[in-house]
Design a protein around this ligand. Structure first.
Ligand code: ZN
Length: 183
């Protein structure tokens, strides 16, 4: 079921989410709702607090890309924790909770995350590029942090042109720094 995405300045987006102690049918239903909501909004990632559930739960699914085996894969991360971050670089970023805007954000180009999978087992994900960026963005949401918090000023926000709303990479060869990501 598609759910409503909370938008700024909703105070729920500033709360710290709670760990999930056990994967219940309610958690499974929430994961389904998160994918439905993310897909309906052309997002590449969604954190549970964005639909008003203050739980440490993230879903990510990058658009399929032949050159990237991690793209097109639906990831469900329960209680994710960033373990290792690589060198930082500036990446274009947006957020479903702040529709119509994007900005260049400093993110680590590589990230290692540990989490619990839907099977209840501990898992580890080594990511780079867009997936690493999405992981950092979504885990921020679990701590009440938004991408605008990484900017020196809100003047760095840029309005996304109407034809830039659909998430369609112009070309597989395009530098991913110039792609728009909404998470
Ligand atoms: Zn977001």
């Amino acid at each position: 079921m598609q759910r409503r995405v909370l938008e700024l300045p909703d105070p729920v987006l500033r709360e710290v989410a709670e760990s999930i102690p056990v994967i219940t049918p309610e958690v499974e239903a929430l994961v389904d709702d998160m994918f439905a909501t993310m897909h309906a909004n052309f997002g590449i990632g969604l954190a549970a607090p964005q639909i008003g559930e203050l739980l440490r739960l993230v879903v990510i699914e990058l658009p399929p890309n032949e050159k990237d085996p991690q793209a097109g894969v639906p990831y469900v991360l329960i209680n994710p924790e960033l373990r290792r971050l690589g060198d930082r670089e500036s990446m274009s970023e947006g957020c479903l909770s702040l529709p119509g805007f994007r900005a260049m954000v400093e993110r680590a180009h590589t990230a290692t995350v540990t989490y619990t999978g839907m099977d209840g087992r501990s898992a580890r994900l080594d990511a780079s590029g867009l997936l690493a960026q999405a992981l950092q963005h979504e885990i921020d949401h679990l701590n009440g942090v938004l991408f605008i918090d990484h900017l020196d000023s809100l003047g760095e926000l840029e309005q996304i042109p109407p034809d830039g709303l659909d998430w369609v990479p112009a070309s597989a060869d395009e530098d991913e720094n110039h792609e728009d990501t909404q998470a």
